[in-house]
Design a protein around this ligand. Structure first.
Ligand SMILES: C[S@@+](CC[C@H](N)C(=O)[O-])C[C@H]1O[C@@H](n2cnc3c(N)ncnc32)[C@H](O)[C@@H]1O
Length: 323
């Protein structure tokens, strides 16, 4: 089955990586292509759209064609039930009249047009290169992310990753289910998203008050999760006990928990130790990291403002970890 994802423009690379990571976890990726913000994915597997953060819509593709072929291709369309056609220009302005013209083609063929509550919402995305047509199957609930904004939670700290971005980053672990750890969990942005997606949630932070606050935040969303006070440099977990790790390093040079280099080096060893073989960790930092003791699958930068760019490293442990 081919699907069309209308990606959010905030970070196209991340939006695309999110779709691919989820698709890998839920089935088999056959091929893909990006045209402006339309990501076309040939995929065999289970549906995962509710998990997405950085896709606005998902359609089941009907066809893609050039602008000159669009009306002719529309004449060939056949489906059961009422319909409505919605056209959007992506990376360009769309012709306002096109929606009516395409609707009229279907009406002349005998289709029942229902603009309010159609059984088939036919989406037409027009890019400078192509036209992509599909049945709408998923529309993002943007309100959910606003409702989980950090200032709406009982425990708040500045410089946290917002819910939508937290979910997209977490999805890069490429897991359908399992045990997720954030060993520097702060207010719990990753843990909240992980809990809402049905993962088993484990968090840890160096500071007692932060641990208490994070627990309150999880309770606020009716989520179960174990949050411990502890040090990422020496974690109280058994080897290979997690299926995925997502964590956001402190944005300061020296912490009460040691120097920056010591924090990074020791945490890498520990993250590698507690992560299961073949599983991913997503490490977020404001620093460019060199020579990571992991296999780096990919890295994506996310610019927040002039003086803060988050670097998102998606890593796997090496098959043979040196003693
Ligand atoms: C950038 S914040 C994480 C923010 C988090 N993603 C959130 O949603 O609030 C980094 C966190 O790392 C914690 N931290 C710093 N050093 C640590 C250590 N050695 N072990 C565990 N946690 C540590 C800090 O207390 C802080 O809460």
């Amino acid at each position: 089955m081919r699907y069309l994802f209308l990606l959010s423009g905030e970070n196209l690379e991340l939006a695309k990586a999110e779709v691919l990571s989820l698709a890998k976890a839920f089935g088999k990726i056959l091929s893909y292509d990006l045209d402006e913000r339309i990501f076309s994915l040939n995929f065999a597997g289970e549906q995962f759209f509710e998990r997405l953060a950085l896709s606005h819509e998902v359609c089941e593709a009907i066809f893609s064609c050039s602008m000159s072929e669009l009306q002719k291709e529309f004449e060939k369309l056949s489906f059961e039930g009422s319909c409505c056609v919605r056209v959007s220009g992506i990376g360009m302005k769309s012709d306002q009249e096109l929606e009516k013209k395409l609707g009229a083609i279907l009406w002349k063929k005998g289709a029942q047009i229902d603009l309010r509550n159609p059984e088939n919402l036919i989406r037409v995305y027009i890019t400078p290169r192509s036209c992509h047509v599909g049945f709408l199957r998923f529309k993002q609930n943007k309100k959910q992310f606003r409702e989980r904004l950090p200032n709406k939670r009982p425990f708040f700290m500045p410089v946290v990753i917002l819910p939508k971005l937290s979910r997209a980053i977490l999805n890069l672990v490429s897991l359908k289910s399992g045990r997720i750890l954030d060993p520097m969990c702060g207010t719990g942005s990753f843990l909240i998203e992980a809990g809402l997606m049905g993962f088993e949630v484990f968090g840890m932070d160096f500071y007692r008050d932060i641990v208490k606050g994070c627990r309150k935040n999880l309770e606020f969303f009716n989520l179960k999760g174990e949050v411990l006070q502890g040090d990422v440099r020496e974690m109280p977990f058994k080897d290979e006990s997690f299926d995925g790790i997502a964590t956001d390093y402190p944005y300061f040079r020296a912490t009460r928990s040691g120097t920056k280099d010591e924090l990074y080096n020791k945490s890498f060893q520990e993250i590698s130790r507690v992560l299961r073989k073949g599983c991913r960790a997503v490490l977020v930092t404001n620093l460019e990291l060199k020579e990571l003791p992991f296999k780096v699958i990919f890295k994506i930068d996310h610019r927040v403002h002039g003086s803060l760019t988050r670097r998102i490293y998606v890593v796997e442990k090496f098959e043979n970890v040196p003693e």
